[in-house]
Design a protein around this ligand. Structure first.
Ligand SMILES: [Zn+2]
Length: 679
């Protein structure tokens, strides 16, 4: 078995922010010189030309990727400064390259060369995407408009970074001290311990409730004290906003207005009517009307169910004498209702999902599906003692790649869960470079001697992110720009990840790893049945919430109008008037923490989750027919989807796998909104 060459990985144990500036600057100078040299000489072959371009971009990415990553997960003042100093230099370089007319002409000329016909599908895709991206960057614009585009890109990066920094600071600034344990009634012991640890680390006596997700989400589900839940809810939904009780300097209101304005100008500069149309240039969906029609159709199909579920929740709250259920009651009574209906709670399941069992189970499922084997590599340096590095082999024992797992919430770490690229697969001029990914979550950490115990929701999140990892690592494409998740049309990116979620709802899969952390006793059969029965609990409410976010995001970018007062809030209010099944308080500023669209890559693209879910649900249908771990079906999904990176049209790849185009029925059936036709 080939060993992983860890010497080529970023030296996370010793990496220092101050060292990175000169390295990045030197690489930028090198790339500029190399590009000028490449363009000055006659092109010897497409292989050499594209290879050289890919090599230089990859070298820069390998320096920039760990900086970006550490800025997300270890955001000390030093890393923040380094990141913010280097970001404009990186942006300037990318703008310059994307507007380089000599490079554009050279790429266009490739199609007229004699050796073009011998180009691989991968090379043709790189050329097609390059021409598309030159146009999106304004290659045809006059020099002054090109300069304007460069300035706008700089501004956009600065504002989106500011958005996420404000959000992180506002989240960490809030603390709710609790002096009597009786006030924490209802809260699981593990969370109480964590609240104690949070108080101690802040020099407080007693307990501290915070907005870090493991504490916040558990508190909202279990805290019996309604006033404490209210206080937490208010703090959470007003983070980084004009409604926040403190730290008004972290208000994202203006930042968001700038982001929308800049995006709109970028889109109109290159001839689009709005940023939604610009965004669709790199997606499967063709027109805004197609996206809006898709979302509105799902809304019509799910709204009545959501209303029914809301009434059931209202009835549950009424048993406690609450005549009008409020948003800060929803998780609490949902948990109660779920416990009453299915005799199960997320907390009761935690002991059966200790992290070591879950990881083992996840790797087993990946093995049964795709034949891959995953092994811990203990000697790879990481940025934190909790982080582990693993390598992945295929069924012929060939090394395919490696990944870091950083599982627990801590201070200075961005919230949420995500997969990101450390480096992409590359096999051009030098020996094969294996791809490497970062898998990041924010689970409740181990407390005292108790290992980290996950909820079933956490398990689902881990499977989801690991699906992205497999997509990035199992690729066989040799050029980094279209290997793994790179170059994949964005609304297809969530296909492999959401596909993996299916396996946390199957007894055949769960029974391989759900076992009590103290006794190793497997999850009892009746608990399985109860857990699986919860799959469609409040599925209407969840669907409607996702549609609300997707419609809000899309309309925000589609209907943007800088002359309209309170544009963002008004769009949100209007969307809610069609989607919401319960009133939302006027002080709610959820949008000020909607990092997916204001700081991440989902602008006018949040609909991608639902879009790709149609693909993943329908793909899973084939496994339901052939067998959950059917070898041939697993290999077919791997070959047609996971291995091809951005080199194949996602619809064509889906049809090759499924034998037909996707239909929305599988998603509706999976969500319990229509009866299944299969037995
Ligand atoms: Zn995802």
């Amino acid at each position: 078995m080939q060993l992983f060459d860890s010497t080529a990985l970023p030296s996370f144990a010793t990496i220092h922010p101050a060292e990175m500036g000169p390295l990045v600057e030197a690489q930028l100078t090198f790339n500029r010189q190399k590009l000028a040299q490449l363009l000055a000489e006659p092109m010897t072959s497409v292989d050499v030309f594209l290879g050289a371009l890919e090599e230089m971009e990859d070298a820069l990415n390998q320096l920039w990727s760990p900086i970006q990553h550490l800025h997300s997960v270890m955001q000390s003042e030093d890393w923040r400064t380094t990141y913010n100093t280097l970001l404009p230099l990186i942006t300037e370089y990318h703008t310059e390259r994307s507007q380089n007319e000599m490079l554009f002409k050279a790429v266009l000329a490739i199609a007229d060369r004699n050796d073009f016909t011998t180009c691989s599908q991968t090379q043709k895709k790189i050329i097609e995407y390059a021409i598309r991206d030159f146009k999106l960057a304004g290659i045809h614009l006059s020099p002054d408009k090109k300069m304007r585009m460069g300035a706008l890109r700089q501004q956009l990066n600065q504002w989106t970074t500011k958005f996420s920094e404000n959000l992180l600071d506002a989240t960490e600034a809030f603390v709710l001290p609790v002096t009597a344990e009786t006030m924490l009634c209802g809260l699981p012991a593990q969370t109480i311990q964590l609240a104690k640890a949070h108080a101690e680390s802040r020099g407080l006596s007693g307990w501290a409730l915070t907005l870090d997700y493991p504490v916040y989400s558990t508190a909202m589900k279990f805290l019996e004290d309604r006033s404490l839940r209210f206080a937490l809810y208010v703090a959470y939904v007003t983070r980084a906003s004009d409604q926040s009780a403190s730290h008004r300097e972290l208000d994202n209101s203006e930042v968001m207005a700038h982001i929308l304005k800049v995006r709109h100008e970028i889109a109109t500069l290159v001839g689009f009517k709005n940023y939604a149309e610009y965004s669709l240039a790199t997606k499967m969906a063709k027109t805004p009307q197609e996206v809006l029609g898709f979302l509105r159709d799902l809304l019509v199909r799910s709204h009545a169910l959501a209303e029914k579920e809301y009434l059931a929740l209202q009835r549950e709250a009424a048993c406690d004498g609450i005549m009008q259920i409020e948003p800060w009651d929803v998780p609490y009574y949902s948990e109660k209702l779920q416990a009453k209906t299915f005799h199960i709670t997320q907390e009761a399941l935690r002991p059966y999902f200790p992290i070591h069992h879950v990881l083992q189970g996840l790797f087993m499922v990946a093995n049964q599906l795709y034949g891959v084997t995953i092994a811990h590599e203990p000697n790879v340096p990481t940025w934190h003692e909790d982080v582990r590095f693993y390598v992945i082999y295929d069924e012929t024992a060939h090394l395919r790649g490696g990944f870091y797992i950083d599982l627990y919430a801590r201070t200075q770490k961005r919230e949420g869960a995500w997969m990101d690229e450390c480096r992409a697969r590359k096999h051009i001029l030098h020996p094969l470079q294996h791809p490497v990914a970062y898998l990041t979550c924010n689970f409740m950490p181990p407390v005292g001697k108790t290992p980290a115990l996950l909820t079933h929701d956490d398990v689902l999140t881990l499977f989801h992110e690991f699906g992205h990892c497999l997509h990035h690592l199992l690729t066989v494409i040799d050029y980094p720009s279209v290997a793994g998740i790179n170059g994949v049309l964005w609304d297809a990116v969530e296909f492999p990840s959401q596909f993996m979620e299916n396996y946390v709802w199957e007894e055949d899969s769960l029974k391989q790893f759900a076992a009590h952390y103290q006794t190793d006793v497997p999850l009892p059969h009746d608990l399985y049945s109860n857990l699986i029965a919860t799959k469609n609990f409040q599925t209407g409410l969840q669907m409607v919430r996702q549609l609300e976010l997707a419609l809000f995001d899309f309309r925000l970018h589609f209907e943007y109008d800088s002359t309209k007062q309170d544009f963002i809030q008004n769009i949100l209010n209007d969307v809610r008037s069609q989607t919401a099944v319960m009133p939302v308080p006027a002080f709610n500023r959820f949008q000020h923490s909607f990092a997916h669209i204001f700081a991440g890559g989902y602008a006018a693209g949040y609909y991608s989750y639902k879009w790709a879910e149609v693909l993943s649900a329908d793909a899973y249908g084939l496994f339901k027919e052939k067998g959950l771990f059917d070898h041939a079906t697993g290999q077919s999904l791997m070959k047609n989807v996971l291995e091809v990176g951005g080199t194949r049209d996602p619809m064509e790849a889906f049809v090759a796998f499924r034998g037909r185009k996707p239909t929305v029925d599988a998603l509706l059936e999976q969500s319990g909104m229509i009866e299944g036709v299969t037995q």
